[in-house]
Design a protein around this ligand. Structure first.
Ligand code: DGT
Ligand code: CA
Ligand code: CA
Ligand code: ZN
Length: 596
């Protein structure tokens, strides 16, 4: 996404809003919205296209808007737009972005309460709301005032905490930056640090470190600031630099020669909580820690010139932690719980690895069983072949259940029977299991006639609707579903969508209890925006003796490569190989599948 595209799109949306407020023709309003969408979603830079005289190529942008854009890029403003905005307080265009307000109400609020300053409009309106004045307005009322206040609070909070990105997205971007860095001949080892190295599901900024000889550091920093497409260089100097990539992603780079790399890696991997606890422990032993290394406490205080020799430097993290007489805690565990204690006792868990995974039990093929949700894009055989290429021992097919509306129970049974026959007849090469992902209906019943269960090896049950039931209702609902025959996996258990939808509220003790009794695996879903079960609940489940299935929930072949993200969630939840059902060899997995 390009910032310039974002700015132009936002300008066009303001025009559309102004037209709406002025009750202009519906047709024109829609034209501006459409153009804004098109420009926002374009891969190319709109201004660059204009420079090349190619604005005509942009679909969704009609002739008159094109002429306005031409004027905009030439002069920085558009006469027609300024005319359109006349009489509408600028604060309107800020307030309309608060969810639940919209252009018409924003205009009414801005004019009634004389809100002028677009920069302070949100806070100004909050004050008005707190004084109870919105409730008094015609067509608002007190309920509406409460909702607006909540929206304003959330809006203010989201502005204060700069937006985060999904971990897999950050990981791919970091790979690209590292590939660029490695084009420089003096760049040696590179590592990601910070939250990305720890596998946190959402990432604030990307941190990268490289080993570079002392006399090449300036040259490598310059090379870094030439990363194609960056928006700006934030600061560059000494041994570090930051760049901002579109849409607004910060990448911090730190360079260090061999000597000292280990200490730096340790410090900037974090987390802050881990580092604080580690420092406390070290102080007790008479040492102080820093990004440069370790020194004796009597030497504490700012280093005087010539004192540098007092710092002990470490090339590797093994040497750094080793000096403190402990094992290296895997980055995913460095959250300041009890990892330091266990590292000291050489009692850290041997965490699950991607190479331990022997199969994927949640993939959606393109087989048409008239499903309730999306079909996949590839055939059973294609997915099976991909699983083989990934060195798996087995695969589990799990399309969504056939839609209930429009089908009788016996039709559904028939569809399921034909699918089973089809798979047995056509899929070759790798052992498979026939599964199905079944909706848990609001009542707790599953969206599949009992007779149809005969035609599967196992069921994944998932909540896909009615997310707002009370905790009590939801717990009862899931509990009911987990008691059906052949249920082996509870799919994406919280239903959360990262940065979009909170997870459902469940009484986990009850759910863990049933899963334990029936040896049902909780899913760790690898989809970038799910990473569900969340790592903290994985660890809770583990303490309750549960096992997990790390699944990709693939709807296309390329999704099958995302297993690593689920593995990193399981690692953050302290899982070992024995805790993961799809790390079992075929014979043991078969036993588990057919256990109920
Ligand atoms: P993020 O970027 O919000 O997803 O989270 P992190 O953990 O990557 O945080 P970031 O980028 O601010 O800093 C990277 C690491 O550097 C952090 O995990 C710990 C270390 N660090 C940074 N600033 C401080 C600090 O002021 N004190 C301590 N103890 N450690 C810090
Ligand atoms: Ca970071
Ligand atoms: Ca950072
Ligand atoms: Zn699902």
């Amino acid at each position: 996404m390009h910032t310039i595209n974002q700015n132009v799109a936002s300008l066009l949306r303001s025009v559309s809003a102004a037209l709406l407020i002025k009750k202009e023709s519906r047709f024109r309003i829609v034209a501006y919205d459409k153009a804004a969408d098109a420009i926002e979603q374009m891969a190319q830079d709109i201004k660059a296209l204009w420079k090349e005289g190619k604005l005509d190529d942009v679909p969704g942008v009609g002739e008159s808007i094109r002429a306005h854009l031409d004027e905009y890029f030439k002069t920085g403003k558009v006469k027609h737009f300024e005319h359109t905005f006349k009489g509408i307080p600028a604060a309107t265009f800020t307030l309309m972005h608060v969810p639940g307000i919209g252009p018409i109400r924003a205009y009414k609020l801005a004019t009634t309460f004389h809100l002028e300053n677009p920069k302070t409009a949100v806070r100004d309106l909050k004050k008005v709301a707190e004084e109870g004045k919105i409730a008094e307005l015609e067509s608002f009322g007190s309920k509406s005032q409460t909702l607006i206040m909540e929206s304003l609070d959330r809006f203010i909070a989201s502005e204060q905490s700069p937006s985060r990105m999904l971990m897999p997205y950050a990981a791919e971007l970091a790979d690209r930056v590292i590939a660029h860095l490695k084009k420089h001949k003096s760049v040696g080892t590179c590592d990601v640090l910070g939250s990305l190295r720890r596998g946190v599901p959402t990432i604030g900024d990307i941190d990268i470190a490289c080993i570079v000889p002392e006399d090449q550091i300036a040259a490598v920093i310059k090379h870094f600031t030439e990363f194609p497409g960056l928006l700006k260089v934030d600061n560059a100097g000494g041994k570090k630099a930051s760049i901002i990539l579109p849409p607004r992603i910060r990448v911090d780079l730190r360079l260090e020669s061999d000597n000292g790399y280990g200490a730096m890696l340790q410090y900037f991997t974090g987390s802050k909580a881990h580092n604080i606890k580690l420092r406390e422990y070290a102080i007790g032993k008479g040492y102080s820690l820093s990004e440069w290394g370790i020194k004796k406490v009597e030497d504490r205080g700012p280093l005087a010139k010539g004192d540098e020799h007092k710092i002990m430097r470490f090339n590797t993290e093994e040497a750094f932690y080793g000096f403190l007489k402990m094992k290296v805690p895997p980055p995913e565990l460095r959250e300041g719980t009890n990892e330091i204690e266990l590292a000291l006792k050489d009692n850290l868990p041997n965490l699950i690895k991607l190479t331990d995974i022997k199969g994927d039990l949640h993939v959606h093929s393109d087989y048409d069983l008239k499903p309730s949700h999306d079909r996949g894009a590839h055939t059973f055989q294609e997915m099976s072949d991909r699983a083989r290429a990934l060195k798996y021992e087995y695969i589990g097919f799990s399309e969504h259940n056939p839609k209930q509306s429009g089908h009788t129970a016996s039709q559904i049974v028939d569809i399921m029977k034909r699918r089973q026959e089809y798979i047995h007849k056509h899929v070759k090469g790798l052992p498979y299991f026939i599964g199905l992902e079944v909706d848990i209906l609001p009542s707790g019943e599953i969206a599949l006639p009992e007779k149809a269960i005969d035609y599967v090896d196992y069921l994944i049950v998932s909540v896909h609707s009615s997310f707002t039931q009370s905790k009590e209702q939801m717990t009862k609902r899931v509990k009911t579903a987990l008691l059906y025959p052949k249920v082996r996996i509870f799919g994406h258990p919280t239903g959360r969508l990262l940065m979009k939808r909170e997870g459902i509220d469940l009484n986990w003790d009850v759910i863990f209890d049933i899963c334990k009794k029936r040896d049902i695996a909780l899913e760790v879903n690898s989809s970038a925006d799910r990473l569900d079960l969340p790592d903290t609940l994985v660890r809770e489940g583990l303490k309750n003796g549960l096992r997990f299935a790390i699944d990709t929930d693939s709807h296309a072949l390329e999704h099958m490569d995302t297993m690593k993200y689920g593995v990193s969630v399981a690692r953050r939840g302290w899982c070992e190989k024995k805790d993961i059902v799809n790390a079992l060899p075929l014979a043991s997995l078969k036993k588990w599948i057919h256990a109920v």
